[in-house]
Design a protein around this ligand. Structure first.
Ligand SMILES: NC(=O)c1ccc[n+]([C@@H]2O[C@H](COP(=O)([O-])OP(=O)(O)OC[C@H]3O[C@@H](n4cnc5c(N)ncnc54)[C@H](O)[C@@H]3O)[C@@H](O)[C@H]2O)c1
Length: 309
């Protein structure tokens, strides 16, 4: 049994990760300041004697005895990370330093949840890990994108300088139950609008593309990366199948049986036109690829939103 710390453990991905690690027989500490996460996401775990919740902010140091650290704490949706951009940058950078210091002191292996946003508005498509990205350093998304890039830098410097045992994953759009219904991410937005019979808001013409990975697939890749030897990453984790926003909107209207129609709104600034991972490295090094289809994943997510709305 390993003692595993999950920062951001009360969030969307973090809570699914806690479920998975407990199911695998580990002792799990979930650390979260509940900025975007919720106790509702972990309420079912609070009775488990191998689960512990600590309300704490990763920008402050903490001393714990752990064998592994998954560092997920950071608001992930534009609405939330732009709410207090300086805090977002602090969470990424100071959070990374505090968790890397903890890993250094306890000899724990530490995994960073980085993001496809490190590629910015990519000049090459699809994106391999070797691409260095095209990021605006002074835009409204920079607090998140540059914060995550700096966190990657810190991870590799702690590895080179102090031999900390690091793993870095770059997560592409992931969706599923426990997404925050009001955080403005496209899948949850469309599903909530369709269930409520409201118009689905497509930004711009809707020809921009994204790839969507179901949460269970993503968590499986994340755990594989933590457990793999002699491979630090960064590694892309996501679903390489690409869909336009119009495609997605129509699919969700069909799957919910909604009467909603589609309206177009202004494209937000710095919104990437295309985003699609190359996952050859994950396939080769982790023997991983997504297995849940968009239709299947959307159906499970729609069922969740019907229950909570
Ligand atoms: N979901 C995705 O598609 C996606 C894509 C790329 C990267 N990621 C990364 O994965 C991680 C989890 O994302 P998510 O989708 O679950 O988002 P989320 O907002 O649901 O989860 C983030 C969690 O971190 C907590 N948190 C935020 N700031 C904190 C702080 N200062 N101290 C302690 N806790 C704090 C929040 O309360 C929340 O529970 C994030 O680091 C995000 O950048 C997610």
């Amino acid at each position: 049994m390993k003692r595993i710390l999950v920062t951001g453990g009360a969030g969307f991905l973090g809570s699914h990760l806690c479920d998975r690690l407990l199911a695998d027989g580990n002792d799990v500490i979930c650390l979260d300041n509940l900025f975007t996460g919720s106790k509702d996401n972990i309420r079912h775990l609070l009775v488990n004697p191998y689960f512990e919740y600590i309300r704490h902010d990763v920008t402050e140091p903490i001393q714990l005895e752990v064998d592994q650290i998954y560092n997920l704490a950071c608001p992930a949706s534009p609405i939330h990370y732009q709410y207090n951009p300086i805090k977002t940058a602090n969470t990424s950078v100071l959070g990374a330093i505090n968790m890397l210091e903890l890993a250094r002191k306890t000899n724990a292996r530490i995994l960073q949840a980085s993001t496809s946003e490190v590629y910015g508005n990519p000049q090459i498509h699809p994106q391999p890990e070797s691409y260095w990205g095209s990021v605006n350093p002074i835009g409204i998304r920079s607090c998140y994108d540059e914060g995550k890039r700096m966190a990657e830098t810190l991870f590799f410097d702690y590895h080179r300088q102090y031999d900390v045992d690091i793993r870095v994953i770059r997560i592409f759009n992931t969706y599923g139950p426990r997404m925050n219904p009001s955080d403005g991410r496209v899948v949850s937005n469309f599903i909530v609008q369709a269930i409520r019979g409201e118009a689905l808001t497509v930004y711009g013409t809707g020809t921009q593309t994204r790839s969507f990975c179901y949460v269970d697939d993503l968590i499986d890749g994340m755990v594989r990366m933590m457990e793999t030897e002699d491979f630090l990453g960064p590694v892309n984790l996501g679903n390489p199948e690409e869909f336009t926003m119009m495609n997605l909107a129509k699919k969700i209207i069909n799957l919910t049986g909604s009467n909603s129609h589609i309206v177009h709104a202004k494209l937000p600034s710095d919104d990437p036109v295309q985003r699609q991972p190359i996952i050859d490295l994950a396939m080769e090094m982790l023997d991983w690829k997504p297995s849940i289809s968009l239709d299947d994943g959307l159906q499970r997510t729609i069922a969740y939103f019907r229950k909570i709305l």
